[in-house]
Design a protein around this ligand. Structure first.
Ligand code: PMP
Length: 365
């Protein structure tokens, strides 16, 4: 037997991981890729130059470990988040990691784990249950309404009954696109006995107020997670962050690996943040395109789910898998998120969106 002959079944894998599938958005080499909710606009040349210069300077210190607590980066993130939400925050309220996925994993490591539960409203971001499984936190799926909106009064009742250690509320929600007003979030916060994570990965695309505004009212419960992957066009840089009470940051430091954010990541993210105004200018363009695409889909007889993120879930398809394949054959990669009769498309450049709409006229329904 060679190394290549060994299969998962031959390994002493944890019982609870047997039979599970890894997270996997197919990454196919097609001309139009609208499947992972990236920002379609590449970083402007000034940002690329600034990142390159910052990384070059940081490289001179590569023989040293980075700042374990990423203080300067957290100060920059606090400045950005304070300016965009109107809430006074300092680096003591901010924590950062390699993508918000790592932030969420650290939250689960600190507040979840064996014997504990995490509850989410599905369909929602598929990594929440996967991270839950990886940290041996029992996942409690709770359905949304048939139109994918969240009945927060009912949600609060379920939370009060089930008493999960962690509640996930994704706003705007991926993959359905809708977001929740703050006044509707509060009953869930009041009912929750433990931590409530509001995953605001797509917040910049929404006109709603951020849950960051509720931090003072629920300091021992609320964590708001964010990312530079979407609006900031920094998905490849891997930088996610959260805002919470300083004590939450202390808790996460118990589980984070030392030096988890490389000196290169910290330098690149700080450089990218210096160009936030230029990068975030794409948000208005993408939001306008989202409305144009939704309207055009309606014109073609599709039913787009109202979205204030940079993607749209739309239907109805008799066989979403077959229709997904037809899009691929037409050179357009959209996402089959496993919701019957529906596909999700990320908003691209106007040209990419036109190609998607042209393909939409031809796909079987
Ligand atoms: N939360 C939500 C709701 C997302 O959709 C995503 C990315 N698809 C993430 C978190 C994680 O993004 P990242 O790790 O790139 O920050």
């Amino acid at each position: 037997m060679t190394a290549d002959d060994v299969t998962l079944a031959d390994l002493p894998l944890r019982e609870d991981l047997r039979g599970r599938s890894p997270y996997g958005a197919p990454q196919l080499d097609v001309p139009i890729r609208l499947n992972t909710n990236e920002n379609p606009y590449p970083p402007p040349p000034e940002l690329v130059d600034d990142v390159a210069a910052a990384v070059r300077e940081a490289a001179q210190e590569l023989h040293r470990y980075p700042d374990r607590d990423a203080v300067a980066l957290r100060q920059d993130l606090a400045r950005y988040l304070s300016a965009s939400t109107g809430v006074a925050l300092s680096e003591r309220n901010l924590w950062a990691a390699n993508g918000s996925n790592e932030v969420l994993q650290q939250i689960m490591q600190a507040f979840g784990g064996p014997g504990r539960t995490a509850l989410g409203f599905e369909p929602s971001y598929s990594m929440h249950p996967i991270i839950s499984a990886g940290t041996r936190t029992e996942w409690v799926p709770t359905p949304r309404r048939a139109d994918f909106s969240l009945d927060t009064a009912e949600a609060a009742v379920i939370v009060a009954e089930r008493r999960p250690d962690i509640v996930f509320v994704t706003s705007p929600n991926n993959p359905t696109g809708g977001s929740i007003p703050l006044e509707e979030l509060e009953p869930v916060l009041r009912a929750a006995p433990g931590i409530v994570v509001v995953d605001e990965a797509y917040a910049e695309f929404s006109s709603r107020r951020s849950a960051v505004e509720l931090l003072d009212a629920y300091p021992a419960k609320l964590i708001v997670s964010r990312t530079m992957s979407k609006a900031f066009a920094f998905a490849g840089g891997r930088l996610g962050y959260l805002a919470a009470a300083p004590a939450v940051v202390d808790a996460l430091q118990l589980v984070r690996l030392p030096y988890h954010l490389s000196v290169l990541t910290q330098a690149a993210a700080r450089a990218a943040l210096r160009h936030a105004d230029a990068t975030l200018a794409s948000v208005a363009k993408l939001s306008a395109e989202r409305e144009r695409v939704a309207e055009a889909l309606r014109g073609l007889g599709f039913i787009p789910v109202p979205s204030d993120a940079n993607f749209i879930l739309f239907g109805e398809f008799g066989d979403a898998k077959a229709s997904w394949k037809s899009y691929v054959d037409a050179g357009v990669l959209v996402r089959d998120v496993g919701i019957e009769g529906h596909l999700r498309v990320s908003i691209g450049t106007p040209e990419e969106n036109d190609a998607f709409l042209a393909a939409s006229k031809e796909v079987p329904r």
